[in-house]
Write a protein that binds this ligand. Structure first.
Ligand code: NAD
Length: 439
């Protein structure tokens, strides 16, 4: 096996030789990625593979030539004989670091963008999602040109060592804590980064709502993937009156989604590992359990849970929950909810439920977040026409669809002037008599 240094050197040489730049090469790589998903449907999750192929690889293949085109830029009067445009060129050697919660999606969707943009890529999947890591290491490289693509394995220590090397772009998805480590390492080489991070996503529920509808939508998006989703609603903000109406609605929604014994439901997964299970079990002690609350260490089961009477200072309101627990915090008004949200770090996602457009729009206008859902959860993720990306503590940069291509491309400002007609340039050269200064 090559050492890390040898592999990086090999990829760099490929990039320097210009192999990844032609559209035909990019098409071959994207088609390889498409074949990887198609051939390995059983190995991968079938539905996920279908979605990915449809949404990202196909979109990139269909639009690649258009995306690659130089973008004309407007000119001023003095430049009429020049051509001005923006060239989207690949950065070079790109590092993609992925987390464990959607290990395939969060490795491959950025990879589509990086390959489409003509880069060489090192993919570092999460060491925690071991089965996906294995498929990505053993099978994926067979479908791509290995002179421009490599998978590297490891946890914090190995990733730390990898980050000592110089990359031309780093795309990281994970926690804000590790995001800081990645950005610090990138700063040493002045490497630009995209940081797709997490945090606590507020979900405001107005008094003017149908509790059953809200319960369906909030429970679906909170308990999806057992709550282990970066854009999941993390906590509900509502009045004590709405809480009284919402609790029975949530109770019956949870029973309908997962049955009277959620533990035996095929629609509820388990917590990824013992460390996260213990962390979440600790959070069950915050406030008062209104729904659920059961857990079993042996198969890392935590029931879909709702907590009430939660204090702002308790751990469940201090850290990202990332599990099937939904605390409700009481506020007296929309203004108080806005103030509560604005006193905290900018979230990755923010949700507002109300029959009044005015309420939803006021929440949208007076707050900031990476994404926003009005009377909905993270349905926006299914649209490549909308970017995914955080702001402030939830990250920087964006991707999905064409946004991915742009993220992995340097936008180079170009002005090409005619080699002759030097007389026309006289106006810019010294000396500067009055007539020139008046221009
Ligand atoms: P994590 O930050 O612990 O790990 C992410 C990656 O960083 C992994 O590949 C891991 O090996 C590596 N890593 C871990 N510690 C490191 C260190 N000290 N030095 C260098 N590399 C290190 O995140 P996670 O637990 O895998 O994922 C959960 C987090 O990711 C949550 O905060 C979640 O909100 C966030 N997330 C964000 C998005 C998004 O799109 N914004 C998507 C999914 C998950």
């Amino acid at each position: 096996m090559d050492s890390v240094g040898d592999t990086l050197q090999r990829l760099r040489e490929t990039f320097s030789a210009g192999r990844t730049r032609p559209a035909e090469f990019r098409v071959t790589q994207l088609e390889g990625l498409g074949r990887f998903l198609r051939d390995n449907q059983q190995l991968l999750q079938e539905a996920l593979a279908r979605d990915l192929r449809k949404m990202e690889v196909t979109l990139a293949l269909k639009n690649l030539h258009t995306w690659m085109k130089d973008e004309p830029a407007t000119k001023n009067l003095l430049m009429q004989l020049s051509s001005t445009f923006i060239r989207k060129e690949p950065f070079g050697l790109v590092l993609i670091i992925a987390p464990w919660n959607y290990p395939l999606n969060l490795s491959l969707v950025p990879l589509v963008g990086a390959l489409a943009a003509g880069n060489c890529v090192v993919l570092k999947p999460s060491e925690i999602s071991t089965s996906t890591e294995k498929v990505l290491t053993e099978v994926l490289p067979q479908y791509l040109d290995q002179s421009c693509f490599a998978v590297m394995l490891g946890g914090p220590e190995e990733t730390g060592q990898l980050l000592e090397h110089k990359f031309d772009y780093i795309f990281f998805t994970g926690s804000p804590r590790v995001g800081r480590i990645v950005m610090t390492a990138a700063a040493k080489h002045l490497t630009p980064v995209t940081l797709e991070l997490g945090g606590k996503n507020p979900c405001y529920v107005d008094d003017n709502c149908d509790p059953e509808t809200v319960a369906n939508r909030v429970a679906f998006f909170r308990y999806f993937n057992t709550g282990q989703t970066c854009v999941a609603p993390d906590y509900v903000l509502c009045s004590p009156e709405m809480q009284e109406r919402l609790l029975p609605a949530l109770q019956s929604t949870i029973a309908r989604f997962f049955g009277e014994d959620p533990r035996s439901s095929p629609n509820l997964g388990r917590i990824i590992n013992d460390k996260h299970f213990q962390r979440l079990q600790g959070l069950l002690g915050c406030g008062r359990v209104a729904i659920g609350g059961q857990s079993d260490q042996r198969d890392r089961y935590i029931a879909p849970t709702v907590l009430v009477d939660v204090q702002e200072t308790e751990p469940v309101m201090q850290e990202e929950i990332f599990g099937p627990i939904l605390p409700i915090v009481n506020v007296r008004s929309l203004d108080e909810a806005i103030d509560f949200i604005n006193r905290r770090e900018k979230p990755l996602a923010l949700y507002a439920f109300s029959k009044s457009n005015k309420v939803v729009n006021k929440m949208l206008d007076r707050t900031s977040s990476g994404t926003f859902g009005g009377n909905d959860g993270f349905t926006y993720l299914t649209l490549p026409s909308l970017p995914l990306g955080g702001v402030g503590n939830s990250g920087m940069g964006r991707y999905h669809g064409k946004f991915s291509f742009n993220t992995f491309s340097h936008h180079r400002a170009c002005l090409l002037s005619p080699p002759g007609l030097e007389k026309l340039n006289d106006i810019r050269y010294p000396p500067y008599p009055d007539w020139k200064q008046r221009l």
